[in-house]
Design a protein around this ligand. Structure first.
Ligand SMILES: NC(=O)c1ccc[n+]([C@@H]2O[C@H](COP(=O)([O-])OP(=O)(O)OC[C@H]3O[C@@H](n4cnc5c(N)ncnc54)[C@H](OP(=O)(O)O)[C@@H]3O)[C@@H](O)[C@H]2O)c1
Length: 263
């Protein structure tokens, strides 16, 4: 009885999910959690070999298929959506996770650095969601709302020591856009929320743990003194995608070990 209520509350079994950038880092963590909880998970990234390798690892836990695609353009978003639509009439969970950052001096920060970052972190989540609206609408009902989760960053909430201007603009824009989408898609029973991660080990943050000395120094600036884990990223995603999180839409939830609680 307890188990079935737990499943009712937090279950994502048999839901269909797409996690962009699901081949490594936070996207892989989220995909792993969803797969292990019984969801049917599609992951995507540019590199075919990375897609193949991640799919093989995730299939050890359940149902996963990878679709290689560059989503930094409108055409890429539409191609990925068409691929999903050819396989799935319904999409319950869309995690817009693929992202990149760029640090450069304020005096020389280039237009290329601006456009590449904004295209992937802000433009792609909108146009991919737009192209997948038929599948999201088909999956959604008042009792079982579909879930769009946009991955932002604590950097969009408070400044850091990094000179990542376009990244901050893109992630803050993503947060504002998500609130607007939550309002506009409410009638379609589609929730739109944001997870703003703090520090998670990934290729993006690899310089922060390049050596034990650097990592020890960096760790002192982490409020809880540790990196985020698969359970941290996946747990929040599963909460937002399940009955338990159904009453939340248009919110930004930091997943950062308390980083936003200190100056
Ligand atoms: N790690 C952190 O501490 C942290 C903190 C705050 C926010 N975030 C956010 O969390 C998300 C994941 O970050 P991460 O640290 O896990 O980064 P990551 O390790 O660099 O992973 C990025 C993922 O996105 C994919 N990707 C990159 N460009 C793409 C494109 N044009 N089209 C499709 N896929 C693309 C990558 O695969 P390919 O190279 O094969 O395309 C990879 O799977 C990002 O949105 C990031 O901004 C991370």
């Amino acid at each position: 009885m307890a188990d079935s209520f737990y499943e009712h509350l937090f279950g994502v079994r048999d839901k269909v999910a797409l996690v962009t950038g699901g081949t490594r880092g936070i996207g892989f963590m989220i995909a792993e959690g969803l797969v292990r909880c019984g969801a049917k998970v599609y992951i995507s990234s540019r590199k075919e070999d990375a897609c193949q390798a991640a799919e093989t690892r995730l299939r050890e836990h359940g149902n996963c298929a990878a679709i290689p695609c560059d989503i930094s353009t409108l055409g890429g978003c539409q191609a990925l959506a068409a691929e999903i639509a050819s396989k799935e009439p319904e999409l319950h969970i869309l995690v817009n996770n693929a992202g990149l950052t760029w640090n450069a001096d304020i005096d020389t920060f280039s237009e290329k650095a601006w456009d590449r970052v904004v295209d992937l972190n802000a433009k792609a989540p909108f146009f991919l969601m737009q192209a997948l609206l038929p599948q999201l609408r088909a999956a959604a009902s008042p009792d079982d709302r579909a879930s769009v989760i946009n991955i932002s960053s604590v950097n969009a909430i408070r400044p850091s020591g990094l000179q990542n201007y376009s990244y901050v603009a893109a992630k803050a824009g993503l947060q504002g856009m998500s609130a607007q989408l939550a309002r506009d898609l409410n009638g379609d029973n589609i929730n739109v929320n944001v997870i703003a991660p703090g520090p998670f080990k990934s290729k993006m943050t690899a310089p922060l743990y390049a050596t034990k000395e650097i990592e020890a120094q960096v760790m002192e600036s982490f409020t809880m003194g540790r990196w985020g884990t698969m359970e941290d990223a996946a747990g929040l995603t599963i909460f937002l995608s399940s009955k338990a999180g159904s009453f939340l839409t248009g919110v930004v939830i930091p997943c950062d070990g308390g980083a936003t609680t200190i100056g």
